[in-house]
Design a protein around this ligand. Structure first.
Ligand SMILES: Cc1cc2nc3c(=O)[nH]c(=O)nc-3n(C[C@H](O)[C@H](O)[C@H](O)COP(=O)(O)OP(=O)(O)OC[C@H]3O[C@@H](n4cnc5c(N)ncnc54)[C@H](O)[C@@H]3O)c2cc1C
Length: 303
């Protein structure tokens, strides 16, 4: 309640603020209990205000992109969720090959523009959902390409609402991760592509879509790959070889199409997904001697 009343005093906030929001509506796997508060900053001013406010009041907060790499526990989130996916949606072309891209831009939208302009380097993003902010933080990638190949640096707003530019070298990109100061929100990514032709880019996208055909057949809600690939190994293959494809807990199922995906057949709870994740880890360790580490982020409280 204290959070609600206090938020109403941020008179300048232009975005919407929602209370008691089911996270199942904001995650691709459609699972998750309620967040106490969700704020949708429209621009840097809003974001500065909400971050400074949270810090001044010692309210915890969580930064959300498209929610496509996320499992929220069934008890929900006792924090302000700062949803970056409704503001920061502009793409500014600085010259022929360089763009400054808002954190809320969908990867598919940027890929569309690259294709129209005949720019190569971003084709790997074909079929990856989510926002630019989330993709930077996860160093999202596929088929040999990843965000680190094209990101030159990012703009962030961090503690006390202070704005900063972080150059690529300080982002310390690694497999499915990047470093930004704790609690900072990425607002823009500066990206550089190479010149090609619309037809050649279209052809590359078509080729990658063909390679992605297996997972494209997963029709139930999911959060992408659940576990990171151990060095020189495929998590999916290890899980499949452990005989776990199709295994269920409640309405959560280890996909019959790709074993590193857990799907929500309808009314799955986070606890069902977590119990399948525990089963996978135990079975793969006992049968293969390999410890699998989660790729998806698990947040929130148990019910
Ligand atoms: C069907 C499917 C296929 C997928 N395929 C791939 C794939 O091939 N390769 C791949 O790498 N991933 C894949 N993913 C996973 C996911 O789409 C990517 O990791 C994506 O980049 C996450 O972006 P998001 O905006 O949804 O981030 P979210 O899931 O919302 O957040 C991810 C992390 O980033 C942080 N974050 C988000 N936005 C910001 C911001 N603006 N500032 C600071 N922190 C932020 C969050 O706090 C969280 O820690 C797939 C997912 C699905 C559902």
């Amino acid at each position: 309640m204290a959070v609600q009343y206090s938020l109403f005093f941020i008179q300048r906030f232009k975005g919407k603020v929602l209370f008691n929001v089911p996270m199942s509506e904001y995650t691709s796997i459609k699972i998750g209990g309620p967040a106490d508060v969700m704020a949708f900053p429209q621009d840097e001013g809003d974001l500065k205000d909400i971050l400074a406010f949270a810090e001044a009041k010692s309210f915890p907060f969580y930064i959300l992109g498209g929610g496509t790499n996320l499992l929220v526990r069934d008890g929900g989130i006792r924090s302000i969720v700062i949803n970056m996916s409704e503001g920061f949606k502009d793409i500014v072309w600085e010259d022929e090959t360089n763009a400054s891209v808002g954190a809320g831009v969908r990867l598919s939208e940027l890929l569309f523009q690259c294709r129209e302009r005949g720019l190569t380097g971003f084709e790997f993003a074909s079929g990856i959902p989510g926002t630019i902010g989330g993709a930077v933080m996860m160093n999202a990638g596929a088929y040999g390409g990843e965000m680190k190949d094209i990101v030159e640096g990012v703009e962030v707003i961090g503690k006390k609402g202070v704005k900063n530019f972080i150059p690529k070298k300080d982002l310390a990109f690694a497999y499915r991760k990047a470093e930004v100061p704790k609690g900072a929100a990425v607002t823009r990514a500066h990206m550089k592509f190479e010149k090609s032709t619309p037809d050649a880019v279209k052809e590359k996208i078509r080729d990658l879509k063909e390679r992605r055909k297996t997972t494209a057949h997963i029709t139930f809600p999911n959060a992408g790959s659940v576990f990171r690939n151990p060095e020189n190994k495929s998590a999916g293959r290890l899980i499949e070889e452990a005989g776990l494809k199709g295994e269920r807990s409640g309405d959560a199922q280890i996909s019959e199409v790709h074993a590193n995906y857990i799907v929500n057949l309808g009314a799955a709870k986070a606890k069902d997904v977590l119990s399948l994740m525990a089963l996978i880890r135990d079975r793969v360790y006992s049968q293969k001697g390999v410890v699998l580490e989660p790729e998806i982020k698990v947040i929130g409280e148990d019910q």
